[in-house]
Design a binder for this molecule. Structure first.
Ligand code: 16G
Ligand code: MG
Length: 554
């Protein structure tokens, strides 16, 4: 770093002092905190994004959002050139930047990192960073801080992409780095045309009258509802009513996280909606769940991320079985590698269902960055968390294979061509950068129409095992170290044996604990054959966590 660069950095960074006595961690998906604490963090992540762009010679994304958290919180996360999450190798750098106590230390850390990573600060390449924010009012000033961060690195340009869903920003980064147009118009155009294509390819006679009626979407009073309102004008073949599209308080009694955790109707829904297909987004529209309002109560029947995954898996498996049928000459000697990626939170009944379809099911720790990486190892990889984060990834090689089939009249049957065209449309409809509630919703809707299914029929695919989630406040959640995709605790010693002894008391009992990546708690998840048993197991394991880790209440 030369003197001019150093002095620009010292000057601008001194205007963004870090909060006192707060240790910031990059967490499961970026920095998150009360918005009033975040200006310096966002500024510093702006610096990091500019360096990442210089290093990769590609566009990087910065998204300002705290997703499903309350409106007074905010957060920031980085999208890498592929449109996926920031490479995990850079997370420690992000944390040391965010926690640097003053501008001098900050510049030292930055200088060391630039040398270590051999980043040319005054090379030919001008860094480019796309910025997006959700609807939180605090996003306006935080976006300015991010711009200042990017501008502090000489030859770095920040481009404000506007108020967006998180997946839109990721999609834009990916599109731009592939040399494609990356505006919202292009994104909506891709979604609506691939949706139309899937509907046109529905076999004759498959649509059952009565299944295609109204869908009601809870937009969590966030950005997703707003975007769906604009997108729906481009969609034929889908009757959708959007509620909670921004007039109420973001995430308060609404949204995918609320619906999934509380299992009650979100604000604005009620008895008049019984029997109607309903869906819910979270505040930044990267989570999607469906639900049905129950008669005579405020309870809902939840159709969660696991069930969305089951629907996608069933549909894709059916398509692949046609494609892989012997007889015709196909270009690919081996069967398609279809992989299913879940976390320990997936309901055991969903895992059994997927295995019974003959599918390969693998597990990773919680968090999109882990699931996405694993799913990318397959020709087609489907990943979902029960909470509604997920997507379907197609490898580049597999897409080429599908292009060959769909265009090669002499080699393949019309049926196979149709399947290939359908799969290509799915790959365009479902966001390849990151899980996306808008595109996920359209794929669910297209598949239901293809199969001629109602939400009730879909929900019958399997029945969830009763489960219970609890959180325990402990002295230091980092004392919990897990292994095997978070299913086993290796530290503190002895606790796993004690958990196992509890599990053994219950029929179909399954239970694990893990430190949260977004809150200062340890989470407990338990499953058993009855609700009473799942509750009992969860509470006894929570007590163990308390004993082994020390409660903050004592
Ligand atoms: C974040 C993650 C989500 C994960 C959740 C777990 C992303 C984009 N989001 O919301 O995947 O399920 O954290 O939260 O990765 P926890 O660690 O507090 O249980
Ligand atoms: Mg979210």
């Amino acid at each position: 770093m030369n003197d001019k660069q150093r002095s620009i950095l010292l000057d601008i960074s001194s205007r963004f002092s870090p909060p006192q006595g707060v240790k910031l961690s990059y967490g499961t998906s970026g920095f998150r905190a009360d918005a009033s604490l975040l200006e310096s963090t966002v500024y510093r992540v702006g610096l990091l994004a500019a360096l990442r762009s210089l290093k990769t010679r590609a566009v990087i994304g910065l998204m300002i959002t705290a997703s499903h958290n309350k409106i007074s919180d905010n957060g920031i996360k980085v999208a890498d050139p592929s449109g996926g999450m920031l490479t995990q190798d850079w997370e420690p750098f992000a944390e040391s930047l965010a926690n640097a106590p003053d501008s001098y230390t900050l510049v030292e850390i930055l200088d060391d990192f630039v040398k270590k990573e051999k980043i040319a600060l005054d090379g030919e390449w001008a860094a480019e960073v796309f910025l997006g924010r959700d609807t939180r009012p605090s996003g306006v000033s935080l976006l300015e801080a991010a711009k200042q961060g990017v501008a502090s690195i000489v030859k770095a340009n920040a481009k404000d992409m506007g108020v967006l869903t998180t997946p839109q920003l990721h999609w834009m980064v990916r599109a731009r780095n592939k040399g494609l147009e990356a505006s919202e118009h292009n994104y909506f155009d891709q979604l609506s045309s691939s949706f139309r294509c899937l509907l046109e390819l529905i076999p004759q006679g498959s649509r059952i009258v009565g299944t295609n009626d109204k869908l009601i979407v809870d937009g969590a009073d966030g950005i997703g509802g707003e975007k769906l309102e604009s997108l729906k004008g481009l969609l034929n073949g889908l009757c959708v009513e959007v509620r909670n599209s921004g007039n109420g308080v973001l995430n308060e009694g609404v949204g995918a996280d609320y619906v999934q955790k509380e299992k009650v109707v979100p604000r604005g829904f009620g008895p008049a909606d019984v029997g109607i297909r309903c869906a819910s987004f979270d505040g930044d529209a990267d989570r999607l769940v469906y639900f049905l309002v129950q008669p005579n109560s405020n309870k809902i029947e939840l159709v969660d991320g696991d069930k969305i995954m089951a629907l996608f898996a069933l549909f894709l498996e059916e398509q692949l079985s046609i494609l892989n049928k012997s007889g015709d000459v196909t270009v690919r000697p081996n069967q398609t590698r279809l992989g299913i990626v879940q976390t320990a939170y997936a309901n055991g009944a969903s895992t059994s269902y997927l295995k019974q379809l003959g599918l390969e099911v693998v597990f990773t720790p919680t968090g999109v960055k882990h699931l996405h990486e694993k799913a990318a190892e397959y020709d087609i990889g489907i990943y979902f968390e029960a909470n509604g984060h997920g997507t379907v990834l197609f490898s580049e090689a597999y897409l080429c294979y599908l292009e060959d089939i769909s265009s090669n009249l002499s080699l393949t049957s019309t049926e196979k061509q149709k399947v290939a065209s359908r799969l290509l449309a799915v790959s365009k409809l479902i966001n390849q950068a990151v899980g996306d509630a808008l595109s996920g919703l359209l794929l669910v809707e297209a598949i239901l129409q293809h199969l001629g299914w109602s939400i009730q029929r879909w929900n019958e695919l399997y029945h969830d095992l009763p489960s219970r989630q609890l959180k325990v406040k402990v002295l230091d959640r980092a004392a919990v170290v897990t292994a095997n995709a978070e299913t086993v605790v290796v530290k503190p010693s002895g606790i796993q044996e004690a958990i196992n002894a509890e599990i053994a008391k219950y029929h179909k009992g399954r239970c694990f604990i893990r430190p949260s990546g977004t809150e200062d708690v340890v989470r407990v998840y338990a499953e058993a054959s009855t609700q009473e048993a799942a509750d009992g197991l969860a509470y006894s394991v929570a007590k163990l966590a308390d004993q082994f880790l020390g409660s903050t209440n004592s």
